[in-house]
Design a protein around this ligand. Structure first.
Ligand SMILES: Cc1cc2nc3c(=O)[nH]c(=O)nc-3n(C[C@H](O)[C@H](O)[C@H](O)COP(=O)(O)OP(=O)(O)OC[C@H]3O[C@@H](n4cnc5c(N)ncnc54)[C@H](O)[C@@H]3O)c2cc1C
Length: 467
């Protein structure tokens, strides 16, 4: 790989070749998974390039195309599956500096891919009382481009569904990796070409996102004697069309007691909980509903003093993948899975899976609205023993009708639906004919005949260079 020639071509741009910094910028939260930790530990880029604008992105992609150097985009590096890790080395393209918010209008915001989600909301709230429809629990650190290319949903999904649902992204401007890179504006059905594609088929250089009315969301935690009590309550709350919530998260004991260090004082021993974010105008009705359902409000931020709230992270930083992070901080032997409990049997499936692995798997649900129905995802915590046992737990979920989006794999297909995404593959043929964008992440490109049902793990040949 002719990195010296590339450096000459990029003269005047911000580049970083210090090996320690290049390695740091080559990592994400892959270490959440003991499997990925083992596989990806040695992955590192040769160069980190930080373009300031679209013209510089075009320049980098044209130069790397000419020299045959791989390019892996990076937002804030909070992805979980080695998504932003350059398996074949080359360039890490940091979009962090392209963070300008250029337009805020009724129902929409236009900004650079590097804009941090919380910064976007700060601007849109001040400007016009609006906020993003959904955000990951990494709201305070993650970029909008990284969320669109690597994320799936999060806080707000109880109202709006997932990122790839129609209408949750308005427009993306994407640069292709060709001799003369093209700049394309994608809308409507075409958005599926690049959303959740890990940057394997284009670099997002501008985003246009829909906005909704903003509120000073109130954090509430409701306690239950049993986990199924919390799960049934979460489901019923999600179905209350008149109550505006943004987060509904049942979590089984003893996770809150053992891992939510700053909140421990609120929980009785053995109590399972449901985390909720509720709009201020819904609070009274929400409390009445909770009383009727037999929930015990153990924390209500609306009735706490500033002194009492001091040091407490927002509730969403106990939810989604922050639950796993908090467990890992206390017990490095913990890991997790991502499951779906399909509508309409979600509660029966939750009950069955919750009972199946006592002391080994701890239930954590996130309620969402999908295609008009309330159902839930699971991000259960798993006490890790061996990779074989982890695979067995996954198999048992799938055999019982709960699909697993395996967070212990670095490819799009194994982490997703275990099938080729023909739309993304076709777009990669157009937009990255040499296969230089984030290599190794799309199996359909690397090995079109790969059998996803083989039970084996796909091992990208290009990874060997780093290993
Ligand atoms: C504690 C924790 C909690 C999390 N909670 C959630 C959650 O609630 N919901 C959720 O969906 N995810 C969650 N995640 C995963 C991750 O935080 C989100 O997906 C986040 O939005 C990623 O943003 P980022 O800027 O860090 O992206 P990165 O990690 O930098 O990148 C993510 C992917 O997008 C690609 N990419 C980045 N920028 C671009 C670009 N401009 N063009 C093309 N491709 C690009 C990268 O190559 C990579 O494949 C969580 C992760 C952690 C560690």
């Amino acid at each position: 790989m002719n990195i010296s020639a590339l450096k000459r071509e990029l003269d005047g741009m911000k580049i970083e070749d210090n090996p320690a910094i290049a390695q740091q910028k080559s990592r994400d939260f892959y270490w959440y998974s003991p499997v990925l930790k083992r596989q990806l530990e040695n992955v590192t880029a040769d160069l980190v390039v930080s373009p300031k604008n679209q013209a510089e992105v075009v320049r980098v992609l044209a130069a790397c195309h000419r020299l045959g150097i791989p390019v892996t985009p990076r937002g804030a590096g909070t992805g979980n599956y080695g998504q932003a890790m350059p398996l074949s080395g080359g360039v890490v393209l940091s979009l962090a500096e392209m963070s300008e918010i250029t337009t805020i209008a009724s129902g929409r915001v236009i900004c650079g891919p590097g804009a941090i989600l919380a910064d976007i909301d700060r601007a849109t709230r001040t400007h016009s009382g609006q906020e993003l429809r959904l955000h990951p629990s990494t709201y305070n650190t993650a970029s909008i481009g990284g969320f669109i290319a690597g994320g799936s949903g999060g806080v707000g999904s109880i109202n709006f569904g997932g990122l790839r649902d129609f209408g949750n992204v308005i427009r993306l401007r994407v640069v292709t990796m060709e001799a003369e890179p093209k700049v394309l504006d994608l809308t409507g059905e075409d958005l599926h070409k690049v959303t959740h594609a890990y940057g394997t088929n284009g670099i997002i250089v501008e985003v246009e996102m829909p906005l909704t009315a903003s509120y000073d969301w109130i954090d509430v935690i409701v306690g239950f004697d049993s986990f199924m009590g919390a799960a049934r309550y979460g489901n019923a709350l999600g179905c209350q069309d008149g109550l505006l919530t943004k987060l509904i998260t049942p979590i089984a004991a003893p996770v809150p007691q053992d891992y939510f260090k700053r909140h421990q004082r609120f929980f009785r021993s053995g109590q399972s909980i449901c985390l909720v974010m509720v709009a201020p105008h819904s609070l009274d009705a929400f409390l009445a509903f909770t009383r009727r359902e037999g929930g015990e409000v153990v924390m209500n931020a609306a009735s706490m003093s500033e002194e009492e709230k001091k040091g407490l992270p927002p509730t969403f930083e106990l939810a989604w993948n922050h639950t796993t992070l908090r467990a890992l901080r206390v017990d490095p032997a913990m890991t997790y899975l991502q499951s779906l409990y399909p509508f309409p049997n979600q509660l029966a499936l939750v009950e069955k899976m919750d009972a199946m692995f006592p002391g080994e798997v701890f239930s954590h649900l996130e309620f969402v609205r999908f295609d008009g129905n309330i159902t839930c995802f699971g991000l259960p915590l798993v006490k890790f023993t061996t990779e074989e046992r982890l695979d067995e737990i996954i198999r048992l979920h799938e055999e019982n009708g709960c699909p697993i989006f395996n967070p212990h794999r670095y490819t799009l297909e194994e982490g997703g639906m275990k099938q080729t995404d023909d739309i993304q593959l076709a777009f990669k043929r157009e937009a990255d004919p040499q296969g230089l964008l984030n290599p190794g992440k799309m199996i359909a490109w690397e090995n079109p005949d790969y059998d996803y049902r083989s039970g084996k793990t796909f091992l990208f040949k290009g990874l060997q260079r780093a290993g």
